[in-house]
Design a protein around this ligand. Structure first.
Ligand code: WT7
Length: 662
């Protein structure tokens, strides 16, 4: 059997793949890309015309990056849920499976066709309306990976409510913060879900979060609870809590719900993500641009064809799941798998067993999962029939060449192209990626910008008066985007200045991503990781300031803390916390455990520091600024690369820190 050609480290797609691909050469891409940035009116106008608009736009886009203003499909009216459901049925896909739910128990499978989804979504939209939800209201969703989650999202979109999904791994306190910030009066949750053979309760955290909101003077009026687990009792508060199943079965709930036509720039969802301050940002996405971008990026990057079965292993609580489990696949009329459980239960071949069972053709996962499964050995994928696969994807963090090679060899049988896709919660969809039939890939390179994306690796600038200059070939620069693309975020919910200050100040006139990148001779981008105070733990983004705030709030013991990232074999990066204790508090392993427990409670397990070191002081400049560079080097064990420490207020602290390294 043919395998992909490798030459000078470049892997070329097989001819069969190229022939059937939407874009079959780099030259073809270049032509399309040029039109996409030089004439967005035509390029994006043509793509948008493939979708349903209740009223056509007057102008494709308008932007001012010096003000942080972005608009797409100005004056147009549409509805994303309509395009994902009704429009698919009109195209003849009514009996095709839209959402394929695979629960943790293998026999737990629910297949919902486009017609069935439309009925469920309409019913739940009517339930929301009955509960008083109107256009523009925020609906908080704290659900595990079950089919009711896409139903709830699409129901919101149908009536113009703004969903804000909170990842199930976040704690009650983190849920409270998000409900309060969004001002949500209604919460959708579940009694619980399956996790590695155990039942975990979502409702318990939801109840605590509602109580905590009440303490802040905010009432969550209604809580709708999905009965995911049988024989799993949870307290139900009279007048507030009702069951999802009872609600949609009620005699006054119709399975028809009129569509709320939305202005292209009406909000669609808010999704919280970590930044370089202690408070998460409510990233706001709007309707028209996000719709067009999720549609086109899914189609071209996954080279999606009608017969494909698509499996993205992300959680819908993160942006990857929003765009590439729900909206992107459904607006393309695809069959998308929603998987409740983890890759390693009951065995480390669960993904491969699902690929075999449903004949998955496109598989999209994170490097951290690949590394974890790689450690379990190739016997697991070798025991399964993976011949249905034709394309693989990677997302969330840089993929190291070893993991890339293993993925290529044992999962892709050396015949499937791998799309290493770079993007962010803020970007709404993939920005830098291979088009799988158009050019060769190099392990660890995300390669080239998608249509409409004018990406640059810029040299740092010390003042706005300096011109923007590209970093030389193969030298690291700040990854920036020179103009807007349709899927771009439109604001930070409730904090307009924060939007501008976070993204448009570092490199005036550009969107600043927070990542470092180099470009090689071919113009290929290689992502080098975050250059701000954000750490990527197992593909989950965590602000070090957020973790510090959680540690500092343990104020019986902690005087000050500094958290940095360090390289981790499986997780990519992990968190390292330096802690100064209050005087009289004794350092101990018990205290370390308490601190970890406290962070889990404040944020969630994903934020727990992997290492804690008690220190008597931190390396600070004479003006009191912590020199994080030194802390990062020590955490990484690179103690001979500490550089100049003479400008520190107290250089001797560095020796102590090095000696006590964990
Ligand atoms: C950050 C965004 C994109 C959806 C999931 C994460 C890192 C993402 C890649 C990649 C190298 C990557 C960046 C980015 N990242 N994809 N293919 N190669 N780094 O979304 O939580 O908003 O995190 O993830 O550092 O800034 P997110």
């Amino acid at each position: 059997m043919a395998v992909m050609k490798e030459e000078n480290g470049k892997y070329y797609p097989l001819e069969d793949f190229v022939e059937q691909a939407y874009v079959g050469s780099r030259a073809e891409y270049e032509e399309m890309w040029k039109q996409s940035v030089n004439d967005p009116e035509t390029f994006w106008g043509d793509i948008a015309s493939e979708l349903y608009w209740h009223k056509k736009w007057l102008k494709v886009n308008r932007e001012d990056f010096f003000k942080g203003e972005i608009e797409w499909f100005i004056g147009g009216k549409t509805n994303l849920a309509y395009n994902c459901l009704d429009a698919q049925i009109k195209k003849g896909r009514g009996d095709k499976v839209a959402i394929l739910f695979q629960g943790e128990p293998d026999e737990d499978v629910v297949k919902l066709t486009y017609k069935e989804m439309l009925k469920l979504v309409s019913k739940f939209a009517n339930v929301l309306k009955k509960k008083g939800v109107r256009k523009g209201d925020r609906v908080a969703i704290y659900l595990p990976m079950i089919w009711q989650l896409p139903v709830a999202m699409l129901a919101c979109a149908r009536i113009g409510a703004i969903h804000t999904i909170v990842f199930g791994g976040f704690s009650a306190e983190a849920l409270r913060d998000r409900i309060l910030d969004a001002g949500a009066k209604i919460l959708i949750t579940a009694n619980g879900y399956w996790r590695s053979g155990k039942n975990v309760s979502s409702k318990a955290n939801a109840d605590i979060a509602c109580d905590l909101c009440a303490k802040e003077g905010h009432t969550v009026d209604k809580v709708v609870v999905v009965k995911r687990l049988n024989n799993f009792d949870v307290p139900m508060k009279a007048g507030r809590d009702t069951w999802f199943e009872d609600e949609i079965a009620a005699s006054d709930i119709s399975d028809v719900c009129p569509v709320q036509w939305m202005d292209a720039e009406d909000p669609l969802f808010i999704l919280y993500t970590s930044g370089s301050t202690g408070k998460p940002k409510g990233v706001l996405h709007t309707t028209g641009g996000y719709m067009v971008y999720s549609y086109s990026s899914f189609k071209y990057i996954f080279d999606y064809k009608d017969k494909d079965i698509f499996f993205c292993t992300a959680d819908i609580g993160w942006v990857t799941g929003h765009t590439y489990i729900v909206y992107g696949p459904m607006i393309n009329g695809a069959t998308s798998i929603v998987f409740e459980s983890v890759p390693t239960f009951p065995n480390p071949d669960r993904f491969w067993q699902i690929v075999e069972k449903f004949k998955v053709s496109i598989f999209y996962t994170a490097p951290t999962a690949i590394r974890a499964l790689m450690k379990e050995g190739e016997k697991w994928p070798q025991g399964r029939d993976l011949s249905s696969l034709r394309l693989l994807g990677s997302v969330g963090e840089p993929i190291n060449p070893e993991a890339w090679m293993w993925y290529h060899k044992y999962i892709g049988s050396e015949k499937c192209p791998i799309v290493d896709t770079w993007w962010q919660t803020e970007t709404g969809g993939i920005l830098i990626t291979p088009l799988p039939g158009a050019w060769p890939t190099i392990p660890s390179y995300a390669t080239l910008p998608f249509f409409g994306v004018d990406a640059r690796a810029l040299q740092p600038r010390s003042s706005a008066n300096e011109p923007a200059v590209d970093a030389p070939v193969n030298e690291q620069g700040e990854l920036c985007i020179a103009r807007s693309w349709p899927g771009m975020m439109r604001g930070v919910f409730g904090e307009p200045e924060r939007f501008f200050n976070t993204y448009f100040v570092q490199q005036p006139g550009f969107y600043f991503s927070g990542d470092g990148a180099i470009r090689n001779e071919d113009g290929y981008f290689r992502l080098m990781g975050r250059i701000d105070d954000v750490v990527n733990v197992s593909g989950h983004r965590m602000g070090t300031a957020e973790v510090e705030a959680a540690l500092n709030s343990y104020n019986t013991a902690v005087a000050e803390s500094a958290v940095v990232g360090f390289p981790h074999e499986v997780k990519g990066e992990d968190l390292y916390a330096y802690i100064i204790l209050k005087s009289g508090v004794e350092p101990s392993d018990v205290l370390k455990k308490e601190l970890v427990g406290h962070v889990r409670k404040e944020i969630g397990p994903i934020a727990s520091p992997g290492k804690i070191q008690f220190v008597s002081g931190l390396p600070k400049t004479r003006s009191g600024k912590i020199m994080r560079r030194i802390l990062r080097k020590v955490a990484a064990g690179a103690i001979d690369e500490l550089g100049d420490t003479t400008t520190l207020a107290d250089p001797s602290i560095v020796d102590e820190i090095v000696k006590g390294r964990q």
